[in-house]
Design a protein. Structure first.
Length: 379
């Protein structure tokens, strides 16, 4: 009789332990691991569809916004996805934060292209502000617009405000007075990548071309500085030059103050963060959906001067960013940062994978991103 009771107690204890572990895993209380490039599912078991995205930290939660990509094709059929988490591992699907419009002729009509969504919170207005790269339906990538939407809550739904080119009729701060006066003879620059053409790009060839309607804005990110000022960083001038533009106090427009970075350098996919009062930016080259060697830059001020450094990656595949392309750097307390990238699968963009890795720093204070098969975020 005592043996039977003993066995019953053991079975009860084991059952309680298993149920406890499952509960901890279900509610995100157990220490978890991030495994780059593997299939990432949400808490419903569905594949996380939030590409080219970024993360908003608010109210003790992380909100991941990204492109809802179709299983086939490239156009946006749904909109911008939103997921939430308390541990950066267990993600709850919230909703479509910004849905495409069913109205014919709308700037965000179903079939447009919505890319690189980023959300920031404005403490002054209490609004959540979403910016994204927008291409109009049926126009390929010629529109090169920035879109903006707002919401009273982090998950939305967000209300589309407008889209635009950046800072029409305004010259960048760091374009010389001489180059502002240049009248370009475009017949001399039909052939790209010649030394003469490259010099013209550096001197403002495309800035002048787009001056009236505003500067092009494709791959983009947002950055909020310690003083609450926000900035829009984007690939411009036919993806040849990065630009940094200051946003208005409500984060919904540009102030007219902007600069060019590495004109003619052909950078896209900017991801920016600040560490020990130094601004760091990681970008990619422009090779379509194929991975390439990342670039890294630093500056003592958001306005520069910006200096290029060797890429920060270490490990197998480092020369091609581990097969990924930068999208965002998540800043956490105590000087901790997570580098986020997409591993694009153009045959089915919906199932493109994700790379998240911690950022460390070498003795000189430069970022180092080492490949890890798995790792545990420490809060």
């Amino acid at each position: 009789m005592m043996n039977i009771n003993f066995r019953m107690v053991v079975v009860w204890l084991l059952g309680s332990f298993v149920i406890g572990v499952q509960a901890h895993e279900r509610f995100g209380e157990r220490q978890v691991e991030i495994v780059p490039t593997k299939m990432w599912n949400d808490m419903n078991g569905e594949y996380i569809n939030a590409h080219g995205g970024g993360i908003l930290t608010y109210g003790g939660k992380y909100y991941w916004f990204g492109e809802h990509r179709p299983a086939t094709g490239f156009a946006t059929e749904v909109g911008v996805s939103c997921y939430s988490s308390t541990d950066l591992h267990n993600w709850k699907y919230e909703n479509v934060a910004l849905a495409v419009s069913q109205e014919a002729g709308s700037e965000i009509e179903k079939g447009c292209i919505m890319e690189r969504p980023k959300v920031i919170y404005n403490k002054k207005t209490g609004k959540f502000v979403l910016w994204f790269h927008l291409e109009l339906k049926g126009k390929g990538y010629e529109a090169a617009r920035a879109g903006v939407a707002v919401s009273d809550t982090p998950t939305g739904p967000y209300r589309f405000v407008r889209s635009m080119r950046v800072n029409p009729k305004i010259y960048p701060l760091n374009l010389s007075p001489e180059n502002r006066k240049t009248q370009w003879d475009w017949s001399k620059y039909k052939e790209w990548w010649t030394p003469e053409w490259h010099k013209a790009v550096v001197d403002g060839l495309f800035v002048q071309r787009d001056l009236k309607g505003g500067q092009m804005s494709r791959d983009m990110t947002l950055f909020v500085d310690d003083d609450g000022k926000a900035y829009h960083i984007y690939s411009s001038e036919e993806n040849l030059t990065l630009q940094i533009a200051e946003l208005t106090d409500n984060y919904q427009d540009h102030t007219g103050k902007y600069i060019r970075i590495f004109p003619g350098g052909h950078n896209e996919a900017p991801a920016i963060f600040k560490h020990n009062n130094i601004y760091w930016m990681i970008t990619s080259g422009c090779t379509g959906w194929a991975p390439n060697e990342a670039r890294m830059f630093s500056a003592p001020s958001i306005w520069g001067p910006w200096t290029q450094h060797p890429h920060p990656f270490i490990g197998p595949g480092a020369e091609k960013t581990f097969g990924g392309q930068s999208t965002y750097v998540l800043s956490l307390p105590e000087n901790k940062y997570i580098f986020m990238a997409d591993v694009w699968k153009p045959d089915s963009l919906m199932y493109s994978r994700y790379i998240w890795l911690p950022i460390d720093f070498d003795k000189a204070g430069s970022p180092v991103i080492e490949w890890k098969n798995s790792w545990k975020p420490v809060f």
